[in-house]
Every structure is written in C-alpha cells, then in structure tokens.
Ligand binder design. Structure first.
Ligand SMILES: NC(=O)c1ccc[n+]([C@@H]2O[C@H](COP(=O)([O-])OP(=O)(O)OC[C@H]3O[C@@H](n4cnc5c(N)ncnc54)[C@H](OP(=O)(O)O)[C@@H]3O)[C@@H](O)[C@H]2O)c1
Length: 282
C-alpha cells in the first residue's frame, strides 16, 4: 500500500539533534505534520524555527524516550488533534563519556596503584552509566515503536526508521556500551520488521558513518578545526575522505520511509558511510 505523505503525521525523536533536525525538516517539506520529540526544549525550538520559516507544520513535545507515560500522553494528544502517526523516526540516542574507556586496549597500569587519575579502563566502567546508555539507545527505540506503532496498526500501515551505526557491524574502540546498543538496533529492526509485516508496517534502519555532532566533534576534531588522532584514523578508513553531513542521509531516509519506492523492503540496515565499511584502510 502506498501512503501519501502530505498532511500525515510523522514523529521524530531526537529531533533537536544534528541528524534528525534535518530529517524532521525534510519530512515537513514533504508536507508532513511533524512531532518533534527530545528532552531539551531549546534544541527542538531551533528545529521548529527552521521548519516554520519554510511554512512547514510541526509541534514540540519534550519527553525522554524512556518515559512510557510521557510518550503515551503525547501519542494520545497528537492522535486527537492531528491524527495517527504514520512515520516514526527513532533518532534519539547517544553516548556518555563515563561509559567510555579512555584507553583503546588494556593497559597493565590500569589495575595498579600507579593508574593515572584520568585513566578509565574497562574495569572502572560504572555499570549504572553503562546500562543507561544501553537503555536509551535500545529501549528508547522500542518504546516509541510500541506507542506510535500501535497507531500505525490501527491506521492501516506505516513505516519506522531506526538509527544503527558503524558500531553495528564491528565495535569501535572505547565505546563498548554504545557499540553493543547499536548492534542491538539492527537485530531489533529485523525482529520488528518480521513481526509487523502483517500489519503493513515496514521497519528499517540507517547506519550513518561519521557525521560530526556536538559530542563527536570533541573526539574527531582538534580545537583549531583540524583532525584529532581518532579523526585521522576515521579519515584513513573512509575512501570518500570526508565526514558525512546530515543531508547525505536524506536520499536513503526518503527511500526507506517511502511505501512505494521501498514497498518490498523491510528489516534492513543501510550504511551511509562514504565507504567506511568497505575499506580495511590497508
Ligand atoms: N553523528 C553520527 O556520526 C552518528 C553515527 C551513527 C549513528 N548515529 C546515531 O544517529 C542518531 C542521531 O545522532 P546525532 O548525531 O543527530 O546525535 P545528536 O546530535 O546528539 O542528537 C541526538 C538527539 O537525541 C536526543 N536524546 C538523547 N537521549 C534522549 C532521550 N533519552 N530522550 C529523548 N531524546 C534524547 C538529544 O536531545 P536531548 O539531549 O535534548 O534529549 C539529541 O538532540 C543517534 O541515535 C546516534 O547514535 C549518529
């Protein structure tokens, strides 16, 4: 079944972020009524301003994607005022520096009394912080799928887009919790695609390569705008020799969400990575 986007409701979590602010604006440009979800009102207001300056329709709904009651309340109000959600983009996610090791591999000093104060090895990782990263990136995708997916079922169909990562395929150093959670996203995308196919709902994921955002800029760039050591490493493994920009995702996002163009496509994760996964760097 193809679905005309004009006037239909799209829900975008993480809509104040680097990637999904652009995706939300894109969906609004296509005529969708876009629900912008995130925890920080100011970030969502910036996205809303861009959308409204181009005559698009959107609304700001502040919530944590792990908060079932808050999301249920949003879903009920949106359905009553705008109609059911037909497209869901699960962009909320991220990492926490305290869930990352400072060293890329085990260093014998990390279990001695000589361990530098600023060193955080695997054995030091705080499990509450670690679990919180897992939760936001996994359950924080599952909950919106439950709440907004149910509206799609009742409406007769829809499309869901999740966010995987290069970590989905092989874990990057230092970011164990994040990597584990993004591997889970590809798995859940397949599971939910199979489950919801009879309900005429397609579920896919995009796996962005390296797109500089507020968090990753600290690891990928130096304060003067050059490349950090990690940024150099990424570039060496990226045949197209640049970081991604949010608009680079739009063709893939449009295709995966479109019920005509991707009518027989469900359960896949598509890398948009400038060739990163194809290159061994050797
Ligand atoms: N940038 C990349 O290179 C890259 C690569 C691969 C995958 N990804 C994935 O792509 C997605 C978007 O990334 P991005 O670069 O746009 O990141 P971003 O700029 O940090 O945006 C993520 C947004 O998610 C929101 N968020 C985080 N936790 C939330 C929660 N518990 N509840 C509600 N909202 C929450 C944040 O806003 P608040 O803090 O205000 O809530 C933030 O605006 C993420 O899933 C990310 O992991 C990014």
């Amino acid at each position: 079944m193809s679905m005309e986007w004009q006037g239909k409701v799209a829900v975008v979590t993480g809509a104040g972020g680097t990637l999904c602010s652009v995706i939300a604006a894109f969906l609004a440009e296509k005529g969708m009524k876009v629900v912008l979800i995130g925890r920080t009102k100011e970030k969502l207001e910036k996205t809303a301003a861009v959308i409204q300056s181009k005559g698009g329709v959107c609304r700001i709904e502040c919530a944590d994607v792990n908060d079932v009651a808050a999301l249920t309340d949003i879903a009920n109000r949106v359905a009553a005022e705008w109609g059911p959600c037909r497209i869901l983009v699960n962009g909320a996610g991220g990492n926490n520096i305290n869930a990352m090791t400072t060293n890329t591999a085990y260093n014998p000093v990390e279990i001695t009394s000589d361990k530098p104060e600023d060193m955080r090895g695997f054995f030091d990782l705080d499990m509450d912080v670690f679990a919180n990263v897992l939760k936001t990136n996994t359950v924080g995708t599952v909950i919106p799928c439950q709440i907004f997916g149910k509206q799609m079922v009742v409406a007769g169909g829809g499309s869901i887009l999740n966010f995987a990562s290069m970590n989905t395929y092989r874990p990057l150093s230092r970011v164990s919790a994040y990597a584990m959670s993004k591997a889970a996203i590809a798995n859940f995308t397949q599971w939910l695609a199979a489950y919801l196919a009879p309900a005429n709902i397609r579920v896919n994921a995009v796996a962005p390569g390296f797109f500089v955002n507020e968090r990753s800029i600290k690891y990928l760039r130096t304060p003067d705008g050059g490349l950090s050591q990690r940024g150099e490493n990424v570039m060496q493994h990226t045949p197209m020799k640049r970081f991604g920009e949010a608009p680079d995702l739009l063709g893939c996002v449009e295709w995966l969400l479109d019920d005509e163009k991707a009518a027989f496509v469900t359960g896949i994760t598509v890398p948009v990575d400038g060739g990163f996964l194809s290159s061994t760097g050797i």
